[in-house]
Design a protein around this ligand. Structure first.
Ligand code: ZN
Ligand code: ZN
Length: 369
């Protein structure tokens, strides 16, 4: 490694060189070895060495320190500053143009696409399939996605000569500096298509409406996103296609409320059934089912039907159905019904009617569920 070379030697100046001489030597060498103008393999390395030597020797304090202790120290291991800072200070980019501007390729990945798929509550419970119409870009069948008319090939870009970048020449106090930026004519690819495909006009892709079959498993939830790999827009010039994202929209159920895998519903039970007991047929996701109302069932009782909830997505097992019983008070009594109820109240010692007085007993509400 030539890293231990003397800094004065690197700049080719005597040890007692003036600041002006050091600056002049640096300018000359920087112009000579800047990688954007010097194509030789070690130009970049030399340039860094020169810049680092200059950074130290142009600063009187660092130079004095180097003169005292720096024998054998090279610019790369000299403990001052950061090489990147120097380039930033000189060129504003933090590096050489040809290192930061790589030639791009025409290859592009296809974009992802998104569709919403509305399904019913029951379809979410048992799974379903759909065929969704997707408007997407597919590879042009004439040019097979290349964008170039069959039988022809892309040519070297006339603006940048095929390098994908163009040089900018700037003058600074350190001399002429060349930087590179991507060529706008070819988008940095270095290739120009003089004979674009007539079908796709050089895009390589054409619009198509495609029916994509999708499988929705049992237990899907509202807002769930499913990915169909590779079903998005086609890529360009050999790039891979994007994905298709399916967002599931599950409709509300008129009766059941879903919380996770469990379902909740309210069952109104007439007062007499709640008092005397009954068997009641209710609706579940699988169809009608009978549940027992025990004699003396209070309002607020919750009946749990195991395994009558929603299936777990991608797992075995199902949630439960919770039915909350609400005891209905009759409001449309006939004359006979009223007499019967009044008789019942009398038997139980409960004063009834507008002028009836009795003591009410308060207590703390219970936590439910
Ligand atoms: Zn085409
Ligand atoms: Zn170009």
């Amino acid at each position: 490694m030539a890293r231990t070379r003397d800094l004065y030697e690197i700049l080719g100046v005597p040890r007692d060189a003036t600041q002006e001489e050091i600056k002049r030597a640096y300018r000359r060498l920087a112009r000579q070895y800047h990688p954007d103008v010097n194509p030789s393999a070690d130009a970049e390395e030399r340039f860094k060495e020169i810049a680092a030597a200059y950074e130290i020797l142009s600063d009187p304090e660092k130079r004095a320190q180097y003169d005292r202790y720096g024998q054998g120290l090279g610019p790369m291991d000299f403990p001052f500053g950061d090489i990147a800072d120097i380039f930033e200070a000189f060129f504003g980019t933090g590096g050489f143009g040809r290192r930061t501007v790589a030639r791009r390729t025409r290859t592009r990945h296809g974009e992802d696409l998104y569709v919403e798929v509305p399904i019913s509550f029951e379809e979410a419970a048992f799974g379903t399939h759909r065929t969704v119409e997707v408007e997407r870009l597919e590879p042009c069948s004439v040019c097979e996605g290349s964008g170039v008319e069959p039988g022809t090939v892309p040519t070297r870009c006339r603006t940048c000569g095929g390098t994908g970048q163009v040089q900018d020449v700037r003058r600074s106090i350190f001399g002429t500096v060349m930087t590179a930026r991507p060529c706008t004519a070819c988008d940095g690819t270095g290739e120009e298509i003089l004979t674009p495909c007539r079908r796709c006009r050089g895009a390589g892709r054409i619009e198509a409406v495609r029916a994509v079959p999708i499988e929705l498993p049992a237990g899907v939830t509202d807002g769930l996103e499913l990915r169909v790999s590779g079903a998005g827009n086609a890529g360009v010039a050999g790039g891979r296609p994007g994905d298709l994202y399916i967002q599931v929209r599950v409709a509300e159920h008129p009766i059941f409320e879903r919380r996770g895998q469990d379902l909740f519903a309210v069952l109104e039970v007439p007062m007499e059934q709640a008092a005397l007991g009954a068997e009641v047929e209710i609706e579940t996701l699988e169809g009608p089912e009978r549940i027992r109302i025990e004699p003396g069932t209070p309002s607020g009782t919750v009946v749990r039907l195991k395994g009558r909830g929603m299936p777990a997505l991608g797992r075995r097992g199902r949630g439960d159905l919770f039915v909350e019983i609400r005891v209905l008070t009759p409001t449309d009594l006939t004359e006979e019904e009223r007499r019967l109820l009044e008789r019942l109240a009398e038997l139980r010692g409960h004063p009834v009617g507008r002028r009836a007085r009795s003591a009410g007993l308060l207590r703390k509400p219970e936590e439910r569920r």
